[in-house]
Design a protein around this ligand. Structure first.
Ligand code: 9PG
Length: 498
């Protein structure tokens, strides 16, 4: 390790890295699997970046107690398990320290890596001997500079997605059927969506991507029906998961990602049972994934929401010792090569950095919900990743710096009053965030909207409002000024520290 005192934006920053810092415009790059940079002034907050779409991302008080997650309750769907079990505050890929003098950012120029708050310093570690980016200055500027540098390494797809989606999840959940979706298509009656996206519930099982029994005419017929209604057909899949009760898990146990002892890796619990991950470092697994992705495109779906794909990057024993983020990257590149450039790929439950350059858009927060907050979930599970509109907004707002690199999906907005406990003001916050993200989606069905709400939805889909960033989490949307700062900064509802 070498120690350097480096001048950044007029302040001297102490740096420890494997070699000398290299100037990169107003910023600096460092090499190594362990780097440390010290904030030149007093600090107030640490930017903790969650590993995957649903993982908590916010500015926190570095003195704030780490919320101990009981190992038995640790959910592989919430966060990167190694970071969740770390002693201090650790985020994925990028971190920052903010003080009255400015914000110091440390971010990897690669796929993996963790950034920890270590007193007044940021400590970056990565399994690969990576390159790191360091900048000091106003928050907005250092994140923009990092995004620019990251795009040069990981690429970016253009033009950036600007889309309007009807998604079945937040009205039907897994209860979708062919007649129900036909009814919705009839009732939408020309509402100006681009995509009609069929979510979870169409398949035989999670891992068995054949048409399930509630779709007797088959998925190609449904795609034609969607196209006839004037929409692009969209389909949900969780390509790197196999439910423990799936045929795929039973028939191909050798495809499952395993740990050093040979046990299948815990990929979470959902749909009434444990989840396994596919080991995407195996060519046979990639051939299998390519097969069902190709089927979906051949059936006529041109927008794929690929969900729970953290499963491709979980820690495990992989063929040839392939690093987990590199294995994930290779797998999603294979999917992109399979579908070509014209199919829209939306990542969900996805490790954020390694998805840049391959996906058109990524979910940047946990699921919204018909309710703002369920405090006992946060209190007892200490998880900010459960469906709650408040944390969906808070995490998404802290990921808006990704916008020049990849489409940002903040999840759906609500217009309905029936079956929805959000107040008008809360609905407005979520709607405005979808405007800022240029990803306008809803699951509302006309049957649950009154005439006024339907008009509001129709106007939202066809409006042409200008959105300008004013910095500091504030935006001008049409003639209004919208401030996401208060929701973004409100401390989570944890139990009082005990
Ligand atoms: C379909 C849904 C929707 C939704 C996705 C994702 O068990 N869990 O913790 C859990 C987390 C997220 C989740 C479902 C379960 O939602 O974000 O939009 O597609 O899957 O199952």
């Amino acid at each position: 390790m070498e120690e350097h005192a480096y001048d950044l934006a007029g302040r001297t920053v102490a740096i420890r890295a494997a070699g000398p810092p290299v100037a990169d415009g107003d910023a600096v790059t460092l090499d190594g699997s362990l780097v440390t940079v010290e904030h030149p002034g007093p600090i107030e907050a640490f930017y903790r970046h969650g590993w995957q779409s649903w993982s908590q991302t916010r500015w926190l008080d570095p003195e704030e107690a780490r919320q101990p997650v009981p190992v038995a309750d640790l959910r592989a769907v919430d966060d990167d398990v190694p970071s969740a079990l770390a002693d201090g505050h650790v985020g994925a890929g990028v971190g920052a320290l903010r003080g009255p003098d400015g914000t110091l950012l440390l971010g990897v120029l690669g796929l993996g890596g963790e950034v920890a708050a270590d007193g007044g310093a940021l400590r970056g570690t990565s399994e690969a001997a990576d390159r790191w980016f360091v900048a000091f200055g106003p928050e907005h500027e250092v994140f923009a500079a990092y995004a620019d540098a990251l795009g040069a390494v990981l690429g970016r797809r253009g033009p950036l997605l600007d889309t309007r989606v009807w998604c079945s999840w937040y009205s039907f959940y897994t209860g979708i059927t062919e007649p129900a979706l036909h009814d919705v298509l009839d009732d939408l009656d020309g509402l100006a969506f681009d995509v009609f996206q069929v979510d979870d519930g169409w398949q035989q099982h999670v891992g068995d991507w054949q048409t399930g029994g509630d779709f007797p005419s088959g998925m190609p017929a449904l795609a034609s029906r969607i196209r006839d209604a004037g929409y692009e057909p969209g389909l949900w899949l969780a390509p790197f998961l196999a439910h423990s009760a799936s045929r795929t898990a039973a028939e191909h146990p050798q495809w499952l990602l395993r740990d050093d002892t040979g046990e299948p890796v815990n990929a979470g619990w959902n749909w009434g049972g444990p989840l396994y991950a596919l080991d995407v470092s195996q060519d046979a697994v990639l051939d299998h994934v390519e097969g069902f992705i190709r089927d979906a495109v051949d059936w006529g779906y041109s927008y794929l929401k690929l969900d729970f794909i953290y499963a491709g990057a979980l820690p495990g024993a992989r063929a040839g010792g392939l690093e987990r983020h590199a294995a994930y990257r290779r797998a999603i590149e294979r999917i992109r090569a399979t579908v070509g450039e014209d199919v829209v790929l939306l990542a969900c439950g996805a490790p954020v950095l390694p998805s840049i350059g391959v996906f058109d858009a990524i979910r940047v927060g946990p699921d919204v919900s018909e309710i703002w907050e369920i405090p006992h979930i946060t209190r007892y599970l200490r998880s900010l990743s459960h469906p709650q509109a408040r944390y969906a907004v808070a995490t998404s707002v802290h990921r808006l710096w990704l916008q020049p690199l990849i489409g940002t999906d903040p999840d759906v907005a609500y217009f309905r009053t029936r079956y929805c406990l959000l107040t008008d003001a809360q609905k407005r916050i979520v709607q405005d965030l979808t405007r800022v993200c240029r990803f306008r989606a809803t699951s509302d069905i006309p049957a649950t909207l009154d005439a006024h709400e339907r008009d509001a939805l129709a106007a939202y889909l066809t409006e042409d409002v200008e959105v300008t960033s004013l910095g500091d989490y504030r935006y001008r949307i049409g003639g209004r000024e919208v401030d996401f700062g208060p929701v973004a900064a409100e401390p989570p509802t944890f139990l009082p520290s005990d």
